[in-house]
Design a protein around this ligand. Structure first.
Ligand SMILES: [Fe+2]
Length: 390
């Protein structure tokens, strides 16, 4: 969470009488984490958030695992995943471990007839293609190409798209998604060396206070099942809220790269983290400026971490032929590095326009059937000879 925020009208003191102009009490709710000890927001509903009318049979969205164990460099063409009309139908989990699920979605239409709530984990949505508005109980956040949307678990939301061509990378994190502690001082303020600060976060705005009654379907994900709940009042009915637990957006284009005289390691690209994983942003930047520097990364052994790279845009310096939406998975345990010719090509180059998102899960990921359906065959042999650059 970036920092304290509030929208709408709230009483001067928490847990005190708060009524509308007709004298009716608003329904106060603590939207909290970690058993009243973690971050929270206090929200004030027009109607109690407890008016359940119906619960239909839950159904499973548990990913089907194709490879439980893997020690092979693999690659996948993300844009080969079929677009689907519906957002939830389009979400395809590709990689799984106990800390996070990683997937892609290509929905063609806005969510109109239902809302979604992930009670399993915090969500990170990276917008590769498309624009629109994230609508939540805390207010709306317009989004566009390059945005990370961080949606804490339990936030009820809808995605409204401007058109049909949408491509999203997503993470479901079973721990809270946070920004690295080393970027912040002891009061939580971003330090001068941080690659972003408070001004770069886009917080909810335009609080919607909807007093509609009727049937409101909220698809709630818990333990790999979707429970179709029907509530009697509209979930976006807050008159006000304040606190630290709310969704926000951060654009990868606002990540200020840290550069040096010689090659800087991936932690300088770190953007977010959860338990046992980090998310890094590789953005256009000037190359290293030592006269003999080698801008290309060196071969490296991820001895205790898998490494997933999602290619967004630009010409990726260390790879010979990757295209937008492609994913590489370099499992912990074997070294990997630049493709043949990439090191030599990088020498003397002044800048890169690469744009990519890296996710490093510290424990091995299992690979789903949906992932294997878009596998690039024999990627693990791609270091044997020089490939022509696309
Ligand atoms: Fe790597």
């Amino acid at each position: 969470m970036p920092h304290y925020h509030h929208l709408g009208q709230i009483p001067d003191k928490r847990h005190t009488v708060y009524r509308n102009t007709n004298g009716e009490l608003y329904a106060e709710e603590l939207f909290g984490t970690e058993g009243f000890s973690g971050v929270s927001s206090l929200v004030y509903h027009l109607n109690p958030p407890t008016m359940v009318k119906d619960i239909e049979e839950p159904y499973s969205v548990e990913p089907e695992i194709a490879l439980k164990k893997n020690l092979k460099n693999l690659s996948f063409q993300g844009f080969d995943l079929e677009s689907k009309s519906d957002y939830m139908e389009s979400r395809k989990v590709l990689f799984v471990n106990n800390d996070l699920h990683i997937g892609l979605a290509s929905p063609m239409h806005s969510m109109e007839n239902y809302f979604f709530k992930n009670s399993d984990g915090d969500e990170l949505l990276f917008i590769h293609k498309g624009s629109g508005k994230l609508k939540t109980m805390f207010g709306g956040i317009p989004f566009k190409y390059g945005d990370y949307l961080i949606i804490p678990r339990g936030v009820i939301y809808q995605l409204e798209f401007d058109d049909k061509d949408n491509r999203l990378l997503f993470i479901e994190s079973f721990s809270h998604i946070q920004t690295p502690a080393r970027y912040k001082n002891k009061s939580g303020q971003y330090l001068e060396h941080s690659p972003y600060c408070e001004r770069d976060f886009r917080l909810p705005q335009d609080l919607e206070t909807n007093d509609s009654k009727g049937d409101f379907k909220i698809m709630i994900k818990k333990q790999g099942l979707i429970y179709p709940y029907t509530y009697a009042s509209h979930p976006f009915d807050l008159v006000g809220w304040d606190g630290y637990n709310y969704p926000f957006a951060f654009s990868i284009h606002d990540f200020e790269p840290i550069t040096g005289r010689i090659h800087m390691p991936p932690p300088i690209h770190q953007t977010f983290e959860g338990n046992n994983f980090v998310v890094c942003s590789f953005v256009p930047r000037l190359y290293d400026y030592h006269p003999d520097s080698v801008p290309s990364p060196y071969n490296h052994s991820n001895i205790d971490s898998d490494e997933l790279l999602y290619y967004v845009d630009g010409d990726f310096m260390s790879r010979s032929s990757v295209i937008k939406g492609q994913i590489t998975l370099h499992p912990g345990g074997i070294p990997h590095g630049p493709h043949p010719g990439a090191v030599e090509r990088s020498i003397g180059k002044k800048e890169t326009n690469e744009l990519a998102v890296m996710i490093d899960p510290f424990y091995p990921v299992m690979i789903t059937k949906d992932a294997m359906s878009i596998e690039v065959k024999d990627y693990y042999k791609s270091w044997l000879s020089e490939h022509k650059k696309d």
